[in-house]
Design a protein around this ligand. Structure first.
Ligand code: PHE
Length: 340
């Protein structure tokens, strides 16, 4: 038995040196100190030892047991420390490293222009109205004096959802919706997305417009000119002038096309204004009597003016962008230039 004890000591000392982790240590511990382990087996074997040798042998066995228990406890401590150190090493954070740079977004140029126009008209007492993008043929065309088969529909060919519903081709539908629900005085600004079946460097199937409508007693084309002069000065430069040219829209009479003196050359003629000194920016006119009648407003008592402009176009003029598609590609190299 004594020999057996020596053998256990030797084997255990050698075995424990091989142990790399706590799982292996536990297995080894079970092999010796577990219920059916080698040291436990020796305790059980005491029965076969003669009564006179029993006390001495018992002492030896319990010495080996305490030694083994102590050895396992110490090794466990060492392994625990080693594991913790390895973890500290692998999870180490270098607090002196530079932080990862988080990009911040910017307002899209079309949104910048939208915001600026709203601020400009807000100061003149206009309210904001936003209508639906899927619109009835009635609001987009018929009520605006564009009956079915009218040639003016050609200019605004759009996408039909059903025979009655379409993607609105202009924000002018907002004029009708507002005049139907509100009695004059009316002074609204209506921004929104519009759609047309058009696509090239200066036209996009989806773009943004801003509509303006003023209806009250005694409103004339002079009021339109005055308001647009103020708008041009605030939006571009103090020196910017406006010019009205005769035009045609079924829902305004008379109708005009509004040009701004070129903010780049001041009217002398340059690349941006194509040598003319003027840049066309919007369509406008005095609200057609028939449109007022369609909305139940007496055209002999009230008159009004309306205007509509494309936001992409204003952004292109203001920032010197020559292809509208740049505004929809969302290339961050372009967008970053609008960081304030
Ligand atoms: N809705 C017209 C267009 O899209 C612009 C316009 C608005 C003209 C208001 C006159 C009055 O071309």
């Amino acid at each position: 038995m004594q020999e057996k004890l020596e053998e256990i000591r030797r084997a255990l000392s050698a075995g424990i040196g091989q142990v790399q982790d706590r799982k292996a240590l536990f297995e080894l511990k079970m092999k010796y100190l577990g219920k059916t382990g080698e040291i436990s087996a020796l305790s059980k074997g005491m029965r076969d030892v003669s009564p006179e040798d029993r006390p001495a042998m018992g002492k030896l066995v319990s010495e080996v047991r305490s030694w083994a228990e102590e050895l396992f406890a110490q090794t466990e401590e060492t392994l625990k420390k080693r594991e913790l150190e390895a973890r500290y090493k692998s999870e180490r954070v270098d607090v002196t490293m530079p932080a990862r740079f988080a990009e911040t977004g910017t307002l899209h140029p079309v949104n910048i222009v939208r915001k600026e126009i709203i601020e400009c008209f807000d100061g003149m007492g206009f309210e904001i109205y936003e209508g639906p993008e899927i619109e009835k043929d009635y609001y987009n065309f018929q009520a605006l004096n564009i009956p079915a088969d009218h040639p003016a529909r050609d200019m605004q060919d759009t996408f039909f959802v059903t025979e009655e519903f379409l993607l609105r081709s202009q924000t002018s539908c907002g004029q009708i919706r507002v005049m139907e629900s509100k009695k004059p005085p009316i002074k609204i600004l209506s921004p929104g997305r519009v759609y047309r079946s058009d696509s090239d460097a200066t036209h996009s199937p989806m773009f943004h417009q801003m509509e303006g409508l003023v209806v009250d007693k005694g409103i004339t084309l002079c009021d339109l000119k005055g308001i647009l002069d103020e708008f041009a000065r605030r939006m571009f430069t103090k020196e910017t002038k406006t010019r009205l040219r005769p035009s045609y829209f079924p829902f305004t009479e008379p109708s005009v096309e509004v040009d701004l003196s070129c903010h780049n050359c001041g009217g002398k003629g340059c690349r941006i204004c194509k040598g003319t000194g003027w840049i066309e920016i919007l369509g406008a006119g005095v609200v057609n009597r028939r449109v007022l009648e369609n909305c139940g407003i007496d055209p002999d008592v009230y008159t009004g003016f309306a205007f509509g402009m494309g936001l992409e176009r204003i952004a292109m003029i203001k920032y010197g962008i020559n292809d509208m598609r740049y505004l929809f590609e969302n290339d961050v190299r372009l967008l970053k230039q609008f960081k304030d």
